[in-house]
Design a protein around this ligand. Structure first.
Ligand SMILES: Cc1cc2nc3c(=O)[nH]c(=O)nc-3n(C[C@H](O)[C@H](O)[C@H](O)COP(=O)(O)OP(=O)(O)OC[C@H]3O[C@@H](n4cnc5c(N)ncnc54)[C@H](O)[C@@H]3O)c2cc1C
Length: 519
């Protein structure tokens, strides 16, 4: 992009947008900070407040052949934050497009803009007495609901796979038109919202992990909170392998499909870095290698049968299987307040830890898991925490894991060895998305102030990525530094097709060049 073209585009954007919507110079400083220690040339940032603004932005970019890079709240910590894949992209910061456009409480369908955060949706529902789960993630209250779904992120509230809950969306295309699915296009927006696949070729998915459009709103299916939610916690039994525990878990999930939500396995270091202590709680062994937490949703009447099913499924492989719900936490607190000496502290701390877990399971975003990222920087006293502002260095390695004990064990062994080789904490967890699949979550947490450590973090990620692929477990999502290597069309017919689609939809490569595709 030439300087005269950029100047001309800026002049047009300034004419068509209010002054506070066009940022240049030092106003761009916050956009440069990122958790991967990358540098990008960012000439300007635009802050639209409506789809009409986005249309104008794209039409002007098209006229002057200027590159754009859109994001929603820019909290893509560990994957790129708000940085573009390529240099010289004008950022399109959609965080001011933060309206909840509609909510159908009967069908549990919300339509929202990209800037709507988890906390905002939580407050909106609470104020109206609408008892639905917010799609909650470890990124916490300030992250965008819509962007997480576009990255195909996941959490532990139903529907765990966040793009699975997106039933319809609108996107501005590079040619200056607005995409919407056929059904919405003829005015049947509710039908479109209840039936994800629409009519005709399914195209909404093209806007996830891609650069085919700027998504301006989406309809998302929310799940009503059931009468009862409780978690179960367990640790690995002495003499049992991780593989045996995973296999038992898969069989249990197949049996209890529906009321049984996700199960998250955490190695000891992950527990320690998340909660500040490695101890799970009173009654749990202290020398465990793996702990896990699962969640059950249903009516009160279902609870005894569900607990029985979990016990039957897991008991042979796990130790200290405990069921905890809100009432039990109150009871644990009461018991703690009456207990003497160190038992008091132990019970009250355990109650506080499980309560944090219950917040996540209830879909109440509090940002508990962000603590993990603050390994080398002090935790701020005030919420909300913001890893990028606070100087956190983190890469995520998140492989797709077929839910087979043997495969998961091999992958975990490789991750432990690789993290150890580079000198990073061997922090590993994986969360089931179904009785077939889990996603591994391996952070590389490093000191951004140390040049050598930063270099090692990049290398460590690359080794994990490639060694994981050799074991048959590619990442479900990848950081911006890895995208050019990922999408080299010379190496894959898949990316040749992506390139052909991109050329048809965006021949001048205006939108997010290089994002999950060849530039
Ligand atoms: C400690 C910690 C825990 C985390 N836990 C989780 C977790 O549990 N689950 C999880 O999924 N992630 C997790 N993350 C990763 C990440 O922070 C979240 O996924 C977060 O939601 C992404 O940031 P965002 O919502 O602001 O998305 P953005 O940064 O706004 O968007 C991400 C990318 O999507 C594209 N994009 C966004 N919006 C649009 C749009 N409207 N149109 C076109 N393209 C768009 C852009 O390319 C953008 O760069 C965690 C991170 C940390 C540090």
């Amino acid at each position: 992009m030439s300087q005269p073209a950029l100047d001309a585009a800026l002049e047009d954007w300034r004419r068509s947008l209010p002054p506070e919507a066009v940022l240049t110079g030092s106003e761009l400083d916050p956009y440069h900070i990122n958790c991967l220690s990358l540098d990008r040339v960012i000439p300007a940032a635009l802050r639209p407040t409506s789809e009409a603004d986005v249309l104008q932005i794209v039409q002007i970019a098209r006229r002057h052949k200027t590159r754009l890079y859109a994001f929603s709240t820019g909290h893509n910590w560990g994957y790129g934050t708000a940085l573009p894949v390529a240099d010289n992209c004008v950022l399109v910061d959609l965080s001011r497009m933060n309206r909840i456009l509609s909510m159908d409480p009967d069908l549990g369908l919300v339509t929202l803009e990209p800037g709507v955060t988890q906390k905002q949706l939580y407050d909106y529902l609470a104020e109206r007495g609408l008892d639905f789960f917010v799609p909650t993630t470890g990124a916490g209250p300030t992250a965008s609901v819509l962007a997480n779904a576009l990255e195909r992120g996941f959490g532990m509230t139903p529907i765990e796979d966040h793009f699975a809950a997106v039933t319809s969306l609108r996107a501005v295309l590079a040619n200056g038109t607005v995409y919407q699915p056929y059904m919405s296009g003829i005015g049947a927006t509710t039908a479109d919202g209840v039936y994800k696949w629409g009519l005709g070729p399914y195209l909404d998915g093209l806007f996830t992990q891609s650069n085919f459009g700027i998504v301006t709103s989406a309809q998302i299916a929310l799940v009503r909170r059931p009468e009862h939610t409780e978690v179960f916690l367990f640790t690995q039994q002495r003499g049992t392998t991780l593989a045996a525990m995973v296999d038992a878990c898969r069989e249990m999930m197949a049996d209890l499909r529906g009321p049984l939500g996700g199960v998250k396995f955490l190695n000891r270091k992950q527990v320690e870095n998340t909660f500040g202590v490695a101890k799970v709680g009173p009654g749990f062994p202290e020398d465990y290698d793996w702990a896990a937490v699962g969640v059950l949703h249903g009516t009160r009447a279902m609870v005894p049968a569900l607990r029985k099913g979990v016990r039957r499924g897991l008991q042979a492989q796990v130790s200290a299987l405990r069921f905890v719900n809100d009432e039990k936490i109150v009871w644990l607190r009461r018991l703690g307040s009456l207990a003497p000496g160190s038992l008091k502290r132990s019970l009250l701390d355990a109650a506080a830890r499980v309560e944090q877990v219950m917040h996540i399971m209830h879909g109440n975003p509090r940002g508990l898991e962000l603590r993990l990222a603050y390994r080398y920087v002090p935790l701020p006293k005030a919420q909300p925490w913001d890893p990028v502002r606070d100087g956190v260095g983190i890469f995520w390695y998140a492989p797709v894991l077929p839910l087979k004990g043997e495969i998961i064990t091999r992958l975990c062994d490789m991750a432990v060895a690789t993290l150890g080789k580079y000198g990073f904490d061997q922090t590993i967890s994986f969360t089931t998305l179904s009785e077939r699949c889990a996603i591994g979550v391996v952070p590389i947490i490093y000191r951004k102030t140390e040049a050598e450590e930063t270099k090692k973090a990049h290398e460590c990620f690359h080794t994990l990525w490639r060694e994981g692929e050799a074991l048959g477990c590619p990442p479900y999502r990848i950081n911006i530094a890895a995208m050019p290597e990922l999408s080299d069309p010379a190496r894959s017919v898949y990316f040749q097709m992506v390139q052909a689609l991109k050329s048809a939809l965006d021949p001048d490569d205006i939108l997010s060049p290089g994002r999950y595709g060849p530039s």
